[in-house]
Design a protein around this ligand. Structure first.
Ligand code: SF4
Length: 295
């Protein structure tokens, strides 16, 4: 990273990475990846000012394709390590990325507690409705009965009502975007990053290699900007009902937001009244004496 650029306003090129892209042609990840960069630049954030945390999955390969402080962790575990990074340094915006597979299967417990704790982070769900990286297995969000690579007769379990689950946890920010509308998702991401609490952002995305039912065209023909249609993001019941309807039209935009609920850190009694961050309080200790007792 060019330190000389730190006093200049950020540019898209600051986020450029030399790493060769291995996403499939037409993958929705490209749109989300582009919008993240636009949002960060428009918020005047340099790569060295943000912490980007990635789950395992096709979305996680995005960690190689962007400059900045990035952490690529275990499958389904992105929320705990993103929350830990935020608690260590409250001054840095933290964005976590996960897929529908890791988030609503291995990581569903972390998601539940992330929302209910109202950790002050942004969580971006790359929803391609399958496990793409492991070649097209059904996830909890794949429609029941949909044939997939390892379940040619469809999975027997019913599809998890993901938005209903999120709204049952008293969220403070819920949004939905479509990877084909970069302008819309840039706006959503900017609002999510600025939100004081846990911002849940579902990104509907095409996976042309393994998802042949919710294609780019399918999503393009159904999504709409609910905010442009006059939706009030302050009404929880309306937002919940709107989010759950995905058959004919799919509401996108900022579906729900409230800022009057304190986030986790604000309720953390031992940190109250302190001006410093945890990372600023780190001290250097000589542990060599303790070490001698162990060897
Ligand atoms: Fe994208 Fe699907 Fe290819 Fe993964 S498998 S890179 S989600 S198109």
């Amino acid at each position: 990273m060019n330190i000389a650029l730190q006093t200049q306003p950020p540019a898209l090129s600051d986020y450029y990475s030399e790493t060769k892209c291995i996403w499939c042609d037409g993958c929705g990840n490209y749109g989300i990846w582009s919008a993240v960069k636009y949002a960060l630049v428009e918020l005047n954030l340099h790569p060295w000012q943000v912490c980007l945390c990635y789950d395992v999955g096709c979305n996680g390969n995005g960690s190689d394709k962007i400059e900045g402080y990035r952490f690529h962790g275990l499958h389904g575990r992105v929320i705990p390590f993103a929350a830990g990074a935020k608690l260590a340094n409250m001054k840095a915006p933290v964005i976590a990325f996960g897929g529908d597979g890791g988030t609503f299967s291995e990581g569903v417990g972390h998601l539940v507690h992330g929302v209910r704790s109202n950790y002050p982070i942004t969580f971006v769900l790359h929803n391609n409705t399958n496990f793409g990286l492991t070649t097209g297995q059904a996830s909890s969000l794949t429609p029941q009965g949909q044939p997939m690579n390892t379940s040619p007769y469809g999975i027997p379990e019913h599809t998890l009502a993901s938005m209903d689950l999120i709204f049952s946890l008293n969220p403070t920010f819920v949004a939905r975007g479509f990877s084909g509308d970069i302008k819309l998702i840039t706006r959503i991401l900017k609002a999510a990053i600025q939100h004081r609490g846990f911002a849940f952002v579902e990104m509907l995305q095409a996976c042309p290699t393994y998802n042949h039912f919710a294609t780019h065209e399918y999503l393009l023909n159904r999504y709409f900007d609910a905010n442009a249609d006059g939706h009030d993001p302050g009404n929880l019941q309306q937002a919940r009902a709107l989010a759950a309807q995905v058959q004919d039209r799919i509401a996108c935009g900022i579906l729900y937001q409230r800022e009057d609920i304190p986030h986790f850190y604000d309720r953390l009694v031992p940190r109250q009244g302190l001006e410093t961050t945890c990372v600023e309080e780190v001290r250097r200790y000589d542990v060599s004496e303790y070490w001698k007792e162990l060897v």
